[in-house]
Structures are given as structure tokens and as C-alpha cells.
Design a protein around this ligand. Structure first.
Ligand code: GDP
Ligand code: MG
Length: 570
């Protein structure tokens, strides 16, 4: 393929607007996959992706397309829509010259449409707006066209209206890819310069690096060097993703494909790394900022005897997902475990679900928190902490207030799009979450787009739910209400004992809430009238099994549920 006939593009959209469905149709239209009724989000390979119906990992597929007698190679990179995975979007974009910006004809522009648009815009890519789901009864493509013009300044006649589900107008999307997206600017005669934009780990073949070739050629047998680690490898296999790996003899500049070179784990194939030929070193590409975990939670085995199994499961899974950070940690109540850093709450849930499904591990996750910084007041303390400004990822390690001049917390710029009748309520909710308004604009006659600067901690757990329900008011003093709620929950979860238990919530040494669990002895047989002995045996057996799930803290046995209920949610 001459470079003129190559197009590298990505599909970006708000979640559920139809990226993966459009990808299915593009794969069918180009004969990459057979046209059957069963092609549903074929690029979503992971079990969690299939169950949740979301894309977690970006996927690549090379399509061959004939247009006016010319054969084109179109490299499609499907991306996840959820904000937690936007690092996947930005790294995919670095291998592209253009994007399809998909917008649902019924829902219109949504928050993640805006965020993804700006990722593409800042990367100076050609943007093709695609209005999807025109087959829906409530579809209003004209309104969405106007929104696109107003918010993104893209003339409405550039929008392509399609139904990815039915296949309507999808051919026009392919034509627009060829007409409106430029071929990659590359030089095949220059020495090899390949960008690693993704990598996965295969148990048998080691690391499979997804690469975009900016210059040169790479073949099987070449000796290549990682600009990041300076290690040398021999290329065992190169090929294109179709969407499954299909070996080829060579990969040329302008192409997107994969490369296997005996790398043992994904840290050896850093995302953003540049690969070059051993004999012809080049200036590395700029690379990316590595994804920074912003949500931290404790993870503990339910039973300490499972510690080693869980340890190996966590290690294996992080080999495949290098954006998770792991620190060892221990807790009085839960024993030895880890403090894990995630990109967001969904990322955390997906990680947990993969642990359960792919490694059969079951764990206790504590309430997620965000990293804070503390600026220490006394220079004497610097020795203890080594630095004047420290980052705290574990609430148990907060330095004493008297030693600190300033606490800093992460903030995020959030976009909210709402029907205007809710604007007042949304603004109140944002204020209650200590957010600062940055912008407000009507994107059509009755929809408003708001931009707020939010403290991350205020939105990480439940903001989206509150936004959706917009029902309850918020107490001003959160410490008291949170403390009280936790005590109450613990009270409800703890079985009564032969003695009274006091539950207290404290901030520093100040007690802010208290509940009491009255002494009581649970008699499981109380419900058994008469003398059905097998039923009694069953109940006693069940109680004995239940005991296994208990954990002893001081004199009190705490059921597994209690930890989860108290620690998991706020
Ligand atoms: P993604 O999250 O952007 O990848 O979206 P998906 O491709 O997974 O689609 C989300 C949902 O919208 C699925 O239930 C699809 O079947 C549905 N969908 C996608 N395109 C269309 C369309 O053109 N018309 C209709 N009616 N539904 C669609
Ligand atoms: Mg998808």
C-alpha cells in the first residue's frame, strides 16, 4: 500500500452512542468479518466488556476498502467511551489522523462527547461528525446537527446521519474517511520509528505491542531497541490486526499493527515508547504522560489464608493493566492487603470484577479515596517525611493537623449537560459539592451545558447517582452525617454479643457520633417450634458455616458483610 491509500482513524463518542456497533458495520462492509446477525460489538473481547456492554480496552482493526477502483487500507481503532478510560482514547488518537465523532440522534451531545471532541481537537485531527440512531422514534438529528454547530463550530452540512444498527448510510462514513482524513505523514525511507500505543500480555507469547509506524519498515528478525529501557529485542512476529492478529512479512510506515519481540511483561513495552532499529537509533517520539491513578482503595483477602493466592492474582492482572498502582498495606481490622490506585471508580469495579471472574478471587474493597497533599509546617518534620510536601493515599496516614500548614486536594473540570428545567437543582447540587462554576451555555433551546471545577473527592463515589436523582438535600457538616451513617450501618450489621458494644466515629480525638449494640444472645433455634430435628441440624450447620465468614476483632466477631457495608459505600 502506498501511504496515500492509508487512513488511520478512531471512533469516539459518549458511552452507548454506538461506537462499537458502527465498528461492527464497518468491519462487515469491508468484508473483514462475515455479515451475520450475531455481530454485536465484536471488538469487545473481554468478558467484563461483554457483560457490561461497555468497551474497556481500545481495539484495532485493519480494513481493506475499494473506492472508485482504488484499494485503501483503513486502520480503525475502537475506543472506550467512559471517562475512566480516556487515557485509552488519547493514546489511540496519537496513532490517528482523524476521528469519527459519534453522537446519538436522540440524546444529543453529552458530557463525554465534549471531552472526547477536545482530545481530538487538541491533537489537531480531522473530525467527522456522525449522528447515529436516526432509526429511533424520538431521533431528532436536526437538533443534534445544530448542537454540533453551536458547541464544536462544525458546519451542520458536514454531519453524516446514520443508523449503525440497520446499516443505513454507513457506506458514506467510509467515503468520508477517505475524503476528509489525510493519509499519515510518514517516510518509509527513513530509519524505523514505531510508536507503542497499546500493549497486551499473552500467557504464551509474552507482550504483544500495538504499534503505529511513523517512519521506516520493520520485519521479522530485525533487532529493535526500546527508547525507554534501551533494551534490545529480536522481532519474532509482525502483523496486522484484522481484528485478530494476522502475521505479515513486514510493517511499513503509515501502518498500524502488532509486534512480538520477546518482551516478558508490559512494563517492558511502555505505552508511548518508541522502538527503533538497533543499527539506526532515532530521536524518540514525544510519548505520553503516564496515566495517573486518582482513586485509591484498600484491598484485602476475605480470609488471610488466601493472601498469597490473591497476591499472585493481583500481580497477574496488573501485568495486563499497567495503569493500576499497588502498594502493600495492612489494617488492624482486615489484616494484610494492598492499597491500589485506579483511574476512576468504574476502573476499580472492572478490576475487581476481573479478579473475580478471571482469577476466582474474592476480596474486600474499602471506600475509595483520592490522593491528598499536605504541606508541612515545620522544617524539623521534613526529615521524618523527607519532603515538605507529601502525598497521602491512605486516610490512615494523614499527618497530624498541628504539623500541617495546608492541605491540597485534586480538582477536576467537569461538564454537565442537562435539560434547562433542572439547571437550578444541578447548580445547587454542585455548590453542595464545593464546586466552582466556570461556564454556562445553552447548546439548544432547552439544554444547558455547565462547566464546574469540582474537588474530586466530592464526586468520585456517588455524584453521578445524585445528579441522576437530584432528590436529596445535603447536610452542611458532612463529618457528622457521614460518621453517624457509618455507626448506624455498623450497628445494623454487627450481631449482638453477650456484652454491650459501643461504636464510635472520631475525627482525630473528637468523638462525633456514637451507637450502641445491646447485649444479646442469638438463638438460631428460636424459630423452630416443635421437634423437627433435621431442620434444627440444618440451622446449626448453617450457623457454623456463617461463623467461618466472621473475623475476630478484639472480643467481637465481625461478619464479612459488615466490612463491606461499612467500608464500601459512603
Ligand atoms: P458504544 O458504547 O458507543 O460502543 O455503543 P454500542 O455500540 O455498544 O451501542 C450501545 C447501544 O445502542 C446498543 O444497545 C446498540 O444496539 C444500540 N445502538 C447502536 N447503534 C444504534 C442505532 O443506529 N440504532 C438503534 N436503535 N440502536 C443502536
Ligand atoms: Mg463500545
Amino acid at each position: 500500500f502506498s501511504v496515500e491509500n492509508i487512513r488511520n482513524f478512531s471512533i469516539i463518542a459518549h458511552v452507548d452512542h454506538g461506537k462499537s456497533t458502527l465498528a461492527d458495520r464497518l468491519l462487515e462492509l469491508t468484508g473483514t468479518i462475515d455479515k451475520t446477525k450475531n455481530n454485536k460489538q465484536v471488538l469487545d473481547k473481554l468478558q467484563v466488556e461483554r457483560e457490561r456492554g461497555i468497551t474497556v480496552k481500545a481495539q484495532t482493526a485493519s480494513l481493506f476498502y475499494n473506492c472508485e477502483g482504488k484499494q485503501y487500507l483503513l486502520n480503525l481503532i475502537d475506543t472506550p467511551g467512559h471517562v475512566d478510560f480516556s487515557y485509552e482514547v488519547s493514546r489511540s488518537l496519537s496513532a490517528c489522523q482523524g476521528v469519527l465523532l459519534v453522537v446519538d440522534a436522540n440524546e444529543g451531545i453529552q458530557a463525554q462527547t465534549v471531552a472526547n471532541f477536545f482530545l481530538a481537537f487538541e491533537a489537531q485531527l480531522s473530525i467527522i461528525p456522525v449522528i447515529n440512531k436516526v432509526d429511533l422514534k424520538n431521533a431528532d438529528p436536526e437538533r443534534v446537527e445544530k448542537q454540533i454547530e453551536k458547541v464544536f463550530d462544525i458546519p451542520s452540512d458536514e454531519c453524516i446521519k446514520i443508523s449503525a444498527k440497520l446499516g443505513t448510510n454507513v457506506e458514506r462514513v467510509l467515503q468520508a474517511v477517505i475524503e476528509r482524513i489525510p493519509p499519515p505523514k510518514v517516510h518509509r525511507k527513513n530509519p524505523l520509528k514505531a510508536l507503542v500505543f497499546d500493549s497486551t500480555f499473552d500467557q504464551y507469547r509474552g507482550v504483544i505491542a500495538n504499534v503505529a509506524l511513523f517512519d521506516g519498515v520493520v520485519s521479522k528478525g530485525d533487532k529493535i531497541v526500546s527508547a525507554h529501557t534501551k533494551k534490545t529485542y529480536e522481532v519474532n512476529e509482525v502483523g496486522v490486526l484484522n481484528p485478530n492478529e494476522q502475521p505479515t512479512h513486514k510493517l511499513y510506515a503509515g501502518q498500524v499493527g502488532y509486534l512480538i519481540a520477546g518482551m516478558k511483561d508490559v512494563t517492558e513495552a511502555q505505552i508511548g515508547d518508541t522502538l527503533y532499529l538497533h543499527k539506526q537509533p532515532v530521536e524518540p517520539l514525544p510519548g505520553f504522560k503516564s496515566a495517573k491513578p486518582m482513586v485509591f482503595a484498600g484491598m484485602y483477602p476475605i480470609d488471610q489464608s488466601e493472601y498469597n493466592n490473591l497476591k499472585s492474582a493481583v500481580e497477574k492482572l496488573t501485568i495486563n493493566d499497567s495503569s493500576v498502582t499497588v502498594h502493600r498495606d495492612s489494617s488492624l481490622a482486615l489484616g494484610a492487603g494492598w492499597r491500589l490506585g485506579f483511574l476512576g471508580l468504574l476502573h476499580m469495579e472492572v478490576f475487581n470484577q476481573r479478579l473475580e471472574q478471571e482469577y476466582n478471587a474474592s476480596v474486600i474493597l474499602t471506600t475509595p479515596t483520592v490522593p491528598y497533599k499536605a504541606v508541612l509546617s515545620s522544617t524539623k518534620l521534613i526529615k521524618e517525611y523527607r519532603e515538605k510536601e507529601i502525598t497521602i493515599i491512605n486516610p490512615a496516614q494523614f499527618p497530624d493537623k498541628s504539623k500541617v500548614t495546608e492541605y491540597l486536594e485534586p480538582v477536576v473540570l467537569g461538564t454537565i449537560i442537562t435539560p434547562d428545567e433542572y439547571t437550578g437543582k444541578v447548580m445547587m447540587l454542585c455548590q453542595a459539592r464545593r464546586a466552582v462554576q466556570k461556564n454556562m451555555m445553552y447548546i439548544d433551546q432547552n439544554r444547558v451545558m455547565l462547566k464546574y471545577l469540582f474537588p474530586l473527592n466530592e464526586i468520585v463515589v456517588d455524584f453521578y447517582d445524585s445528579l441522576k436523582s437530584l432528590s436529596s438535600g445535603y447536610a452542611r457538616d458532612k463529618a457528622h452525617s457521614v460518621g453517624k451513617a457509618i455507626c448506624e450501618r455498623l450497628k445494623d450489621s454487627l450481631p449482638r454479643q453477650l456484652f454491650e458494644i459501643a461504636i464510635q466515629a472520631a475525627v482525630g480525638s473528637k468523638i462525633i457520633a456514637r451507637e450502641t449494640v445491646k447485649a444479646y444472645r442469638k438463638n438460631v433455634l428460636a424459630k423452630c417450634y416443635g421437634g423437627d430435628i433435621t431442620r434444627k441440624m440444618k440451622l446449626l450447620k448453617r450457623q457454623a458455616e456463617g461463623k467461618k465468614k466472621l473475623r475476630k476483632i478484639g472480643n467481637i466477631e465481625v461478619p464479612k458483610d459488615a466490612f463491606i457495608k461499612v467500608l464500601k459505600t459512603q
